[in-house]
Structures are given as C-alpha cells and as structure tokens.
Write a protein that binds this ligand. Sequence first.
Ligand code: UDP
Length: 324
Amino acid sequence: MNILVCGGAGYIGSHMAQWLGEAGHSVTVLDNLSTGHREAIKWGELVEADLLDPASMERVFSARRFDAVMHFCARSLVGESVRQPYDYYANNVTGTLHLLEAMRRHGVERLVFSSTAAVFGNPVSELIDEDHPKAPINPYGASKLMVERILADAADAYGLRSVALRYFNAAGALSEHGIGEAHACETHLIPNALRAALGTGPALKLFGDDYPTPDGTCVRDYVHVQDLAQAHALALEFMDREAGAHAFNLGNGQGFSVREVIAASARVAGRPVPHEVAPRREGDPARLVASSQRAREMLGWRPVWTDLDAIIDSAWRWHQAQAF
Ligand code: UDP
C-alpha cells in the first residue's frame, strides 16, 4: 500500500515508518521538522509540509495517490497545553481538519489517528476501557477528543473509515535501527530518568509524591512504541473489514508508579537515577491504566513488550548510543 505517515520524523511516527517499510509498504513521510528529525526518516521519502498550511497539503495530495493516512503530527505535552491552549487547538484540531479536507478532496478514505489516554481525564475505574467517560482535564486531551468527534461525524457524512488509537504511555526505542525518543526539550519520565542516570541530563524531578496512589506518585501504563506500530498496522487491515469511526485503548494493562519506574531505570542502567521530589505538574491525573481487551479482540493486537525492564532497556540502549 501507499501510506502517508504524517509526523513520520517524530518518535512514534518513525517507528511506524520502520514497521511499514519492513512490511513492504511504500511510505511517504509528511513532516514540518518542527520537532521531528530528518535523520529518523529512513523508510520513506520526506515531503516537507505543514498541516496548518492548506496549500502545502494540497500539493502533497495532488502529487501522489495514497491508500491510507497515519496521522502522528501533534503537540502532545500536557503541561504545555495548559499554558498554551491556542497552540494545541490550532495544531491538533485545525491542522487535522486541513488534513481531512485534503483527504476528502483526493478520495483518500482511511485514517489511523494518534489519540491518547488523556481523553478520559481522571479515571473512575481501575482499568480504563473504551466506554469509560471522556472528560479531559487538559487542552491536550480535549483537542484529541475533539478530533475523535470529528472523525465520527466524517464517517456519517463522508464515509471516512478511521481508527483512533488511544496510547497510554509510549516508551522504548529500536536502537538497532537508530531510532528512539529524541525530543529537544525532553519532558517524559523514562528518557529523563535515563539521562539523569547517564549524566547527560539533570537530576530527575519527581513531580508530586502526595497523590492518592500506593506510594504517592503517579501511576502510568507503559507500552512499547513497536507494539503501538503493530496496532496501527492491524488497524489498516481492520478498516478493510469495517466501515465507520472506531477507537481502541492501547496499553499493557499494568500500572507502574513514578518511583517504580525510577527503580527499574536504575536496575537496567546498573547505576542510580539521581532524583528529587518537586511539586505536582499541572494536568497530571493520579493513575492511568488501560484495558486493551477490545484491541486484542477486534484488532488481534498482541503486545510483545510486556516487561517494564525490557521496555526501559530498549530505551537505555538508545540513550547510551546517543551519548557517544
Ligand atoms: N514525571 C516526573 N518527572 C519527569 C517527567 C515525568 O515525575 O521529569 C511524571 C509525570 O508527572 C507523570 C509520569 O511521570 O506522573 C509520566 O509522565 P510523562 O511525561 O512521561 O507522560 P504523560 O503521562 O504525561 O503522558
């Protein structure tokens, strides 16, 4: 298939391009390189375009014919979204509308969309399944939920087939392929812990130890980026069988606290993770753990990376390689 990977120079998008390339698909990467990396594009041709510029989208879709689009372009930092909501709604909602309009004009009828656990807000149950109430508590989650609604309307009005995949905490890397999590300004827990261990970053700030969780720190569900790529590939097949707009939660179904992640990082690295307790970060729910039963049943998703230490080890290899 000819697949357009929007945001294919970024963390999850580059792992997707790797998966598609290995599977023999023809990949085109659309990216504005604002946060993505040219050197992460190894499995497809880059077209530089910006979702906020409809004319550039028109050029991309006029020049090529795509069977499906995978859409990873987004602003995705919870704290930043609280401080800069207009940027989040513009990039994540308006940008996506431009993409959807270009797809419609050019008869491209399949989309896999990167959504997030942040659409749920504060959980009301231990495990979050797809029917859990959606009440985002930050602009990032709200922007993704708006797009999910747009996709449902697009299915009714235009017959667009779509799958929204709600990632819990994407983690890990494929250092053997030279790709990993490389954010200029890193905000995520595992990379920050590993950089602190390596000495290439400052001591980790542990944001809040007074949450209503067993050890007082936030609990998250870490899922390997390669398992996320697997789910996207399965979503392509699913859309051959099923019309309409669908959404699936993607996580391992097991929660780890920030303190547990710090301990695992130290174990994997074989050295301590310097850290200090800091105030809570705005917009962080105490606990987010997925039920991915529906993805398993309906997509046939089978995550391979189910062990936290193995996930962190894959990230550790990548960070070590970056340090030299
Ligand atoms: N966190 C932390 N220090 C950091 C980065 C993250 O204590 O430097 C905490 C954060 O408050 C949250 C958890 O680690 O409770 C996971 O945060 P991350 O940014 O990795 O992912 P998110 O859950 O926001 O998508």
